[in-house]
Write a new protein. Structure first.
Ligand SMILES: Cc1cc2nc3c(=O)[nH]c(=O)nc-3n(C[C@H](O)[C@H](O)[C@H](O)COP(=O)(O)O)c2cc1C
Length: 218
């Protein structure tokens, strides 16, 4: 019972923490966010902006997203389902399982404002039964990623990227995909909000995102 209460308190702090995290990111990274019309010095090329778009239920993917956004000077957007998932891990597992079995794709929330202004999108998500969360299918189908470079990153208990790169290729028609990053996340039954990632994941997120951006722009 006590664990459940703690989990509930943790998840109810999400909104507050999310706001705090965005403010901290803005303070830390404001000077490095690219303007949409910034011209790369000496090349005469226009440098489109970079975005980190992510979904996270218990914080692992959010923490990686914040590290990546800071490392590459990107804007950040939180993807959300139209209806929030239950607070309980088991209820979320059961609901997602029912949706998978019925081949249902629940609606997603708001779209990325001004996606046209971004050339590169780092896309982060947790792995839910060896796949993308169901509503992410809906979200990705509603956005036009043609001509953009997508860099996927996942967090999971053990499934890595779980074949989601192939799914993204199908859903995001016309996008160019660069090799993704798989990070360790919460284990089975994990139900509390995390507010940091371990040092190794932090370092991998930074170096992967910077290397990806260099590759995309070359
Ligand atoms: C509904 C559900 C299904 C999951 N399925 C898997 C899975 O198939 N493989 C895996 O390694 N982890 C699985 N997990 C664990 C999550 O991928 C992991 O805890 C992730 O880091 C959570 O990210 P978040 O904190 O950003 O929400 C699942 C978690 C949930 C809630």
């Amino acid at each position: 019972m006590r664990d459940e209460e703690n989990a509930e308190t943790d998840l109810s702090r999400r909104h507050h923490l999310r706001q705090w995290a965005h403010l901290a990111l803005a303070a830390a990274g404001a000077a490095t966010v690219l303007s949409p019309l910034e011209v790369l010095a000496g090349t005469g090329r226009v440098s489109p902006r970079t975005l980190v778009a992510y979904y996270s239920r218990t914080g692992h993917t959010r923490q990686a997203a914040l590290v990546i956004a800071r490392a590459v000077g990107a804007d950040i957007f939180e993807i959300e389902p139209a209806t929030p998932y239950p607070r309980s891990y088991q209820e979320t597992v059961d609901l997602n399982h029912r949706q998978q079995r019925a081949n249902e794709f629940p609606p997603s929330g708001r779209l990325i404002p001004n996606l046209a202004g971004y050339g590169t999108v780092f896309l982060g998500y947790p792995i839910w039964p060896v796949d993308l969360p169901r509503f992410l299918y809906t979200f990705l189908r509603r956005q036009n990623f043609a001509g953009k470079t997508l860099a996927p990153f996942s967090t999971s208990a053990m499934s890595g990227l779980a074949g989601t790169e192939a799914t993204l290729r199908r859903l995001c028609v016309g996008a160019r995909l660069v090799p993704g990053l798989a990070l360790p996340g919460g284990g089975r039954g994990h139900n509390t909000l995390v507010t940091s990632i371990d040092a190794a994941s932090n370092q991998r997120s930074e170096s992967w995102s910077r290397a990806s951006l260099t590759r995309m722009r070359s």
